[in-house]
Design a protein around this ligand. Structure first.
Ligand SMILES: Nc1ncnc2c1ncn2[C@@H]1O[C@H](COP(=O)(O)OP(=O)(O)OP(=O)(O)O)[C@@H](O)[C@H]1O
Length: 315
């Protein structure tokens, strides 16, 4: 059975739905990314999973337990997007305090805290938290999410606003946690990190999940390689497309641009390239160049988000 089961989860604020009926499940040991633009509903979703805000509808079950159940809290670690820390405490005293709240025996807690801080390379463990850098504070917050040795980690933008070195450190550490069998739900803006560590993702926009699956599947469904065929003659009249209904081979989604005296045909597969070649040769022209381009994950997600916004407007 999946360790996280979310069914028709919904959160309304007045007549505004921040999350509009999300359904997904996460297997034990998976790294699951929740991605999407600002205001998509990522934080709201993660907070409902963590039992920090109550859904208006639907259910979120973690490790077989409802959010808010104290037994579930013990199996869960939550890293909020902004982690307010007690500025006057030191990392050691602060983390010991949280371990105590979770009922972790002191000797176990000390060993766990020191091991995590060692791994995160956090120096100055007895320095006042208020005097630490943003990256150091984030490392303390991450260690706090781990004091109870949870099975499920919910990390809201774990590396947001940090320098690239600290970011890589945290992403690498998150990967290591998943290798030790922890299940990680992770929200992020930086799609490079999503691609590097997530097994599956849910793409959110305006409160709804608009695509989900492995990155490869999403790439395949929404962002295949684009072929740009440059020719001396326009092949569109000899091709059958959804817009032009001429005789000849069918080419879906053909785009034609004129650049510097050349005709550029943009198509989505090699069969279309061959069809263009046949038409161009039959018309006495020639192909001058063929270029391929694979859209970045960023472009694919932007495309998915804008398509879903258009659908919502049209509905
Ligand atoms: N307490 C609240 N009261 C009213 N509206 C809220 C509340 N919390 C969130 N919202 C709204 O719900 C929507 C989703 O917010 P949420 O914080 O979940 O988005 P997000 O995807 O995490 O965005 P970001 O990437 O900016 O953190 C936003 O439009 C936000 O303004």
């Amino acid at each position: 059975m999946a360790i996280v089961e979310v069914e028709a989860l919904r959160k309304e604020y007045g007549d505004f739905a921040a999350v509009e009926g999300s359904t997904f499940s996460i297997e034990r040991g998976e790294v699951f990314g929740v991605v999407g633009p600002n205001g998509a509903g990522k934080t709201t979703t993660l907070k409902m999973l963590a039992g920090l805000i109550e859904p208006t509808g639907g259910t979120a079950v973690v490790a077989g337990l409802e959010p808010g159940n104290p037994a579930m809290q013990r199996r869960l670690g939550f890293l909020p997007e902004e982690s307010p820390l007690y500025e006057d405490m030191t990392p050691r005293s602060y983390l010991a305090f949280f371990a105590d709240l979770y009922g972790v025996p002191q000797s176990v807690a000390t060993e766990r805290i020191e091991r995590t801080l060692d791994r995160l390379d956090l120096e100055h463990r007895d320095r006042r938290i208020g005097n630490m850098s943003k990256g150091m504070k984030r490392k303390v917050a991450i260690t706090r999410a781990l004091v109870n040795d949870p099975d499920v980690l919910i990390f809201d933008e774990p590396a947001s606003g940090l320098d690239p070195l600290t970011t890589n450190y945290i992403i690498e550490f998150t990967r290591e946690l998943s290798e030790t069998g922890k299940t990680i739900v992770f929200s992020a803006h930086n799609l490079f990190h999503v691609e590097s560590i997530c097994d599956r993702v849910a793409v959110m926009n305006e409160g709804r999940i608009v695509a989900s699956g492995t990155i490869e599947a999403i790439r395949e469904a929404h962002g295949g390689t684009e072929y740009r065929v440059f020719t001396t003659v326009d092949a569109s009249d000899g091709l059958r497309t959804s817009s032009a209904d001429a005789d000849g081979p069918t080419v879906d989604d053909l785009e034609v641009h004129r650049t510097n005296g050349q005709i550029e045909h943009v198509v989505g597969d090699m069969a279309a390239v061959e069809a263009i070649r046949a038409v161009v040769e039959a018309e006495g022209g020639r192909i001058t160049d063929i270029q391929t381009r694979t859209p970045t994950l960023e472009e694919i997600f932007l495309e998915i988000a804008s398509e879903s916004s258009v659908e919502a407007t049209e509905a």
